[in-house]
Each structure stands twice: as structure tokens, then as C-alpha cells.
Design a protein around this ligand. Structure first.
Ligand SMILES: Nc1ncnc2c1ncn2[C@@H]1O[C@H](COP(=O)(O)OP(=O)(O)O)[C@@H](O)[C@H]1O
Ligand SMILES: [Mg+2]
Length: 310
């Protein structure tokens, strides 16, 4: 019998998505075949010294961190220094995808459509008129580097804009204001290293009580309906999958990614953002897409680890 793969499962951390990470880790741990993997768990909030000490006894890491200090390149850099391969994007790709402002510039350079946006200033909280004049309402207000819709809101007027900015600036030094695109929300998973595969699309339909795919709509069971494969005509499907591949390359990603898009009412596709460590419970969006592609949850994780060790 060949030796088991010694795998570091890295979850927890200090971001606003700590709980999402720990829940995901339970599912991943349950899905890892114990005859194939010897798993040790590390929480970067408390276990970095132990991770460094164990480095030469680890074959690969599975990073299950979302948001800052994990999905943004910092853990990737730490593992690079320690000589431990890991699934998904490297330092640069992770950092670029985390920064929604820089990512949009790269999407644009690559020919993809993005919602018009403006960067906000803290001073706009007290005097939002000038910013309001530069955008078309309604707008989505976003911390530039966050996930799980934390700190986000939608504004229809100057008051809501001011309140939304005040909230968003609690989450990040940089805040952006983006035109709200009305349409159908779809997401495209991409899998592979040199040869990339676009997975079947998923359509996300938040419940009527949710103004957008917010934190609750994302994690409350039954709050959103997900359709995979998305019911779209062949041309639109192909175009959205191509967008997913272009976004993945534009941000210099590796292994896998999941790009969120909106199919507008007039048929245009707008790229919203790309996740480099997408949600990983068995019912999360990317695992669903992998399943529709023929990879059930354990095999999807195996594939990510294979790609990491390639
Ligand atoms: N420009 C936009 N127009 C309409 N809805 C948007 C827009 N940007 C974001 N959203 C909604 O907000 C959700 C979260 O935004 P996103 O940029 O994907 O941030 P996160 O990293 O928190 O997932 C999206 O899934 C979508 O429902
Ligand atoms: Mg998103």
C-alpha cells in the first residue's frame, strides 16, 4: 500500500467569514477518504507556529479560508515560504481576485463587461452629493475586499448612499459604488491548471424577501433557490462559460475559481467578481456545478488536491 497523503486542512482564521470557513471544513473533512489522506487541521488564528513546525511532514494543504488573511494571498504566501503546495490560486491571483476594484480593471482589459463603478471616499459619508452625481442609482455599495456580502448594501438615493458608505467603511479602507444591474444571477466554476474546463452554470434565485444575494440569502437554508445546470439557451451558456474562463485567466488564477455574473435584462453579461476559494459545503455552488460535471463532492476535492500537487 502506498503511503497516505499528509494533508493540512487550514480553516478558521480571523476574517468575518470564520464561521463559514469552519462549517466548510467539517464537510471537507468528512469527504476526505481516510485511507488516502492523513489529515491534520490548523486554524491560522492559533496554529501558525505548529503549521511551520510541521511543514516538512506535510505533502499538501487545503486552504478553506474566505476573505482577508486567507483567500487574499497571505496564507498562500505563507505556504509558499514553507514549501507546501495548496489548491487554487497563488499569491498574486488570490490578491487580485480579493480586490474587487483591481479585478474589474483586469476584466475590462480582457474585454469583459463590468458594471460602471466609482471609488468612494470617507468624506462622501457626510457629503454624498458629488459621488451621487457620478453614478446612476440604484447602486451597490461594497467594501473592496470582503466576501459573503458583508458590509454591502443597495442605495436608491443620497441618504441610503451615505448610510451604506458608513457601513461599508467599517469593513474596509476602500469602498466602491457600483451600478445595480437588474437581471439573472449566474455563476461559473472553472477547473484545471493548464487545460481549463468551464463547469455547468448555476443560476441563483434569492428569495423574494432578499434585495440581493446577501449574507442571509447565502447561508440560510432554503433562502435561495439554485438551479444547476442553469436553464439558459446554448448561446448564452457558452458565452457565460467563456466569460468564466477569461476572468480566470485575466486574474492569473490556478486550479479552480468561480466567477459571479449577472445576465442583464437586455442579454448582456456583466462580470461581478471571482472567488478563488469558493464555498465548500457539499451544497455550495461550485460543488453543485462539479457534481453536474460528474465529480461528486469527494472526487471534486480529490481533483483539487491532484491539481495542487501537479
Ligand atoms: N452590480 C451589481 N448589480 C446587482 N447585484 C449585485 C451587483 N454586485 C453585487 N450584487 C449582488 O450582491 C451579491 C454579492 O456581491 P459580490 O460582489 O459577489 O460580493 P461577495 O464577495 O460578497 O460575494 C451578488 O451575488 C449579487 O447578488
Ligand atoms: Mg459573490
Amino acid at each position: 500500500m502506498s503511503a497516505r497523503i499528509r494533508l493540512a486542512l487550514i480553516a478558521g482564521g480571523k476574517s468575518g467569514e470564520r464561521q463559514v470557513s469552519l462549517t466548510g471544513a467539517k464537510g471537507v473533512l468528512a469527504a476526505l477518504d481516510s485511507s488516502k489522506y492523513e489529515v491534520r487541521q490548523y486554524d491560522p488564528a492559533t496554529d501558525l507556529a505548529r503549521l511551520a513546525a510541521d511543514a516538512d511532514q506535510l505533502d499538501v494543504a487545503f486552504i478553506l479560508l474566505h476573505g482577508l488573511l486567507g483567500e487574499d494571498g497571505t496564507m498562500q504566501g505563507t505556504l509558499d515560504l514553507l514549501g507546501i503546495p495548496y489548491q487554487g490560486a497563488g499569491v498574486l491571483g488570490s490578491a487580485l481576485a480579493m480586490d474587487k476594484n483591481l479585478a474589474k480593471k483586469l476584466y475590462q482589459d480582457a474585454g469583459l463587461k463590468v458594471a460602471p463603478w466609482q471609488m468612494a471616499d470617507r468624506a462622501d459619508i457626510d457629503d454624498p452629493a458629488a459621488l451621487a452625481a457620478r453614478v446612476t442609482m440604484p447602486v451597490v455599495i461594497k467594501p473592496v475586499r470582503q466576501g459573503s456580502s458583508l458590509g454591502m448594501s443597495i442605495a436608491h438615493n443620497e441618504e441610503e448612499l451615505a448610510a451604506g458608505l458608513a457601513q461599508a467603511f467599517q469593513y474596509d479602507e476602500e469602498v466602491m459604488v457600483e451600478e445595480f444591474i437588474r437581471g439573472r444571477e449566474i455563476t461559473c466554476g472553472v477547473l484545471g491548471n493548464r487545460e481549463l474546463t468551464a463547469l455547468p452554470l448555476v443560476e441563483i434565485i434569492p428569495g423574494e424577501e432578499y434585495p440581493f444575494f446577501d449574507y442571509q440569502a447565502k447561508y440560510e437554508p432554503g433562502a435561495s433557490r439554485e438551479v444547476c445546470p442553469a436553464e439558459l439557451d446554448a448561446e448564452t451558456t457558452k458565452r457565460a462559460q467563456e466569460y468564466g474562463l477569461v476572468a480566470h485567466r485575466a486574474l492569473k488564477l490556478k486550479g479552480y475559481s468561480r466567477t459571479d455574473m449577472i445576465l442583464s435584462e437586455d442579454g448582456d453579461i456583466y462580470v461581478i467578481e471571482t472567488n478563488t476559494i469558493p464555498g465548500m459545503t457539499p451544497t455550495s455552488l461550485m460543488p453543485q456545478a462539479a457534481k453536474a460535471h460528474g465529480l461528486d463532492f469527494p472526487r471534486f476535492i480529490d481533483r483539487l488536491i491532484e491539481l495542487a500537487m501537479e
